[in-house]
Design a protein around this ligand. Structure first.
Ligand SMILES: [Zn+2]
Ligand SMILES: [Zn+2]
Length: 210
């Protein structure tokens, strides 16, 4: 247990943990990618949409990026393309520079608890690990990932990127079926009544039946 006690969690990682709910390997992936992109792109946390993150998975890592970079689900500067890849592109709009980070290899534990970790891993993959053991395995892996040099975990390539558009703003209008206010650009024409717009849930019901 010694190495855990000596593991001093930096304040910014603490913020990620309190947002995300626990310390886990995924969160550390997001955290270290964010730290590296801050360094490479000279970033400050995004108050508006000046930083854009494209995440190629929808894992715990996304929360690390949201907290560290301010690329959040609500602002439209977090784009999730769930290809199931541990890869992230971070874009600085003002300098028009971008980097893509992609995990290099299969994970290998390299910390101070090799035997314990190996036992935990086999229990986890056999499906026999209890919650405490699963949590311990996640913690050991998270600490180990945090301690590895970034270049060992991720490859870094500068990315040619066409700037993603700013989050679209459009007026809301009332749906011709349910009456709920809906962003106009997300609506579809009602088949039988020209000029009337309906929301997507209503279009699934109405247009399919007509
Ligand atoms: Zn997590
Ligand atoms: Zn509707």
């Amino acid at each position: 247990m010694q190495s855990d006690k000596r593991f001093n969690i930096p304040d910014d990682l603490k913020q990620c943990i309190s947002f995300h709910g626990h310390l886990c390997p995924g969160l550390v992936y997001g955290y270290i990618v964010a730290k590296e992109s801050i360094k490479l792109l000279d970033l400050k946390r995004s108050m508006d949409e000046e930083i854009v993150a494209i995440c190629e998975n929808d894992s715990c890592a996304v929360d690390g990026l949201q907290v560290m970079l301010g690329t959040t689900a609500g602002k439209g500067n977090l784009i999730i393309r769930d290809y199931g890849k541990n890869a992230y592109t971070v874009i600085n709009r003002s300098s028009k520079k971008a980097y893509r980070f992609s995990r290099k290899t299969t994970y290998i534990y390299d910390g101070k608890h090799k035997d314990e970790f190996a036992d935990l891993e086999s229990a986890v993959s056999a499906g026999t690990a209890n919650d405490q053991e699963k949590a311990r395995q996640r913690l050991l892996k998270a600490i180990d990932l945090f301690s590895k040099p970034f270049d060992e975990v991720f490859s870094t390539k500068s990315a040619e990127i066409s700037m993603p558009p700013y989050a679209p703003m459009a007026p809301s209008v009332s749906c011709a079926v349910c009456g709920e206010m809906t962003m106009q650009t997300k609506m579809v024409p009602k088949k039988d009544e020209a000029g009337k717009l309906i929301c997507l849930p209503c279009s699934n019901l109405v247009n399919l039946m007509s």
